[in-house]
Design a protein around this ligand. Structure first.
Ligand code: PAF
Length: 287
């Protein structure tokens, strides 16, 4: 596995691989890697000739300086995991390498970015679009892999790819990886105290129960209220939002019949740790 620190080297190896007819799979990450990331890498490994993983804590997508400062950075452990997973190249640039000057681009991300995380984290999705568009331009992947935990992010990245003419890149959405007790794996989980960690699986438990309610005939509003009240009743937990949305447009649905693809997206503060998760109520075949 080669560790790359410069854009020039990334550009060069990508051009060479493409000239040799090799397919490139890209897995963008912010490091602090866990089994969720490795499941993306494994899939990229199976589907491409060359696997590139980027590890970069992207400052432009943080709208909270404390969150950026405390974001875990574990380069050595990350590289060991990636080497073990058979990655060909890991791209670990500095902030100056990525942003030699400020990135002033504003992306027209449209309605998918106007809801949920959009208003809660102003500028966040524009920052994601900035970094992912650069990674796409430099590495030219055939496929790029993202975890479905960040459900809305995938829709935003698809939109970014559309409006920048990079829609030939296949954006592959991969299932959430969970701990045995159901908590969605996240780099932020290490910040939970032992007591909070013990309660946190309640989020997935309640989301799963809400699917049962839906199957028993409850309407969207009833399911929504159930989730918010049940999670808020858990110790340490405060729901920031829970939205039942169309899985493509991210717009709220009022009735299960409104779409063939319906997801419930939640963010919850567990103490001061912001956790994100989702449940898919309806999913069309093949999506
Ligand atoms: O999901 C993440 O880890 C980040 O938002 C991403 C896609 C790597 C961009 O920095």
């Amino acid at each position: 596995m080669e560790i790359i620190r410069t854009v020039a080297r990334l550009d060069e190896l990508s051009a060479k691989a493409r000239s040799e007819g090799m397919t490139i799979g890209l897995v963008p990450t912010m490091g602090a890697l866990h089994a969720g990331h490795i499941s993306l890498v494994d899939r990229a490994r199976r589907e491409n000739d060359i696997v590139i993983v980027s590890v970069f804590v992207n400052p432009t997508q943080f709208n909270n300086a404390a969150d950026l400062a405390t974001y875990p950075r574990t380069e050595e452990a990350d590289c060991a995991l990636l080497e073990g997973a058979g990655v060909d190249y890991v791209f670990i640039p500095t902030v100056e390498e990525i942003y030699p000057e400020p990135d002033t681009r504003t992306f027209d991300l449209g309605p998918v970015a106007d809801v949920m995380e959009g208003p809660m984290r102003p500028g966040h999705f524009n920052g994601v679009a900035q970094i992912v568009s650069k990674l796409f331009m430099w590495s030219h992947p055939v496929r790029a892999y993202f975890g479905e935990k960040d459900f809305q992010q995938i829709a935003v990245i698809r939109r970014m790819a559309d409006i920048t003419g990079m829609d030939d890149i296949d954006i592959v959405s991969c299932p959430i990886k969970r701990a045995d007790d159901g908590l969605a794996l996240s780099s932020r989980n290490v910040r939970l105290s032992a007591e909070q960690r013990a309660v946190a699986p309640g989020i997935n438990r309640i989301l799963t129960e809400s699917k049962g309610l839906m199957a028993d005939g409850a309407d969207v509003a009833t399911v929504r209220n159930f989730v918010v009240e049940a999670i808020n009743a858990l110790p340490f937990m405060t729901v920031e939002y829970f939205a039942v949305v169309d899985g493509r447009t991210m717009q709220p649905v009022d009735s299960w019949a409104d779409s063939d693809y319906v997801a419930g997206c939640i963010t919850v503060y567990c103490g001061d740790v912001r956790l994100i998760d989702n449940v898919i109520y309806k999913r069309p075949e093949g999506v």
